[in-house]
Design a protein around this ligand. Structure first.
Ligand SMILES: Nc1ncnc2c1ncn2[C@@H]1O[C@H](COP(=O)(O)OP(=O)(O)OP(=O)(O)O)[C@@H](O)[C@H]1O
Ligand SMILES: [Mg+2]
Length: 245
């Protein structure tokens, strides 16, 4: 589904991603772990299309189309979704309005009609209940005044409503309490199927105990330095990064 080939990226002349190769097949859950500052969020942002990076080399193919020239909203319409490490507060825009606008813009791009309001609200209510997110979060301004964990829950709420094909979850587990983590992990696991893919960026084993990855990559200085299966997560937890980088 996603193929990153020989990608090198810099910001203000500082190399952040270095000759990175990474392929993620349809139906797979792939975990990326790596020290602070190793370039994980930068990679997420580049896939999603955030501006401000210099692409020095390489390409990113999404279902065989190079997406590097596409705008973020075009990538979203193709089914790419990024759950932010630091979700942004937008005062003045209700959470549900933001979500409905995002959903409708994707539907429009795909030639579909706007979502029926009642259908949308029913789905929102059902899902927020499942994620244990109080219904008041629908009418509150986007992320404004949400606690750290509530913001992360809201990112997954949006993901499950938007049903993307390729989900990038950038430290979705940080800030979640023990019970919330289980609920969110259940939502993610149930969403994962043979037609979509997940790129999970995390520092800890715990989320991956609930959402079992097919592949695990250790990232350092903008490239993959070690790949393996779930056993790599355990080894990392026990030994730390010094064994691998
Ligand atoms: N706009 C920018 N200007 C300068 N440096 C930047 C910019 N964006 C990223 N960097 C640097 O690039 C490096 C990689 O940052 P990134 O946020 O991708 O790390 P990360 O692996 O996600 O770390 P963490 O685990 O702490 O979230 C860091 O050293 C960061 O300071
Ligand atoms: Mg990060």
């Amino acid at each position: 589904m996603l193929e990153i080939k020989n990608l090198s990226v810099s910001v203000e002349n500082k190399n952040i991603i270095n000759n990175l190769d990474l392929s993620i097949s349809k139906g797979k859950i792939v975990a990326v772990m790596g020290p602070n500052g190793s370039g994980k969020s930068t990679l997420s942002n580049i896939i999603a299309g955030k501006k401000g990076y210099e692409i020095n080399n390489g390409e990113i193919l999404f279902n065989r189309t190079n997406i590097l020239e596409l705008e973020p909203e075009e990538r979203a319409a193709k089914g790419i979704y990024l759950a932010f490490q630091y979700p942004v507060e937008i005062p003045g825009i209700a959470n549900s309005s933001f979500l409905r606008t995002a959903l409708n813009s994707i539907r429009k791009h795909n030639g579909d009609e706007d979502i029926n309001t009642r259908e949308f609200l029913n789905e929102c209510k059902e899902l927020s209940k499942k994620l244990n997110l109080d219904a008041s979060f629908l009418t509150r301004d986007l992320n404004t005044g949400f606690s750290g964990g509530e913001k992360k829950k809201n990112e997954i709420f949006h993901m499950l409503m938007m049903k993307p094909k390729f989900c990038i979850l950038d430290e979705i587990d940080s800030g979640l309490d023990i019970d919330a983590l289980k609920i969110i992990a259940k939502g993610i696991s149930e969403y994962s199927n043979k037609d979509n893919s997940l790129l999970i960026i995390t520092h800890y084993q715990r989320l991956l105990d609930y959402v079992k990855p097919d592949e695990v990559h250790i990232f350092n200085e903008g490239k993959i330095v070690k790949s393996g299966d779930y056993s790599l997560v355990k080894a990392l937890e026990e030994k730390g990064y010094k064994e691998f980088i």
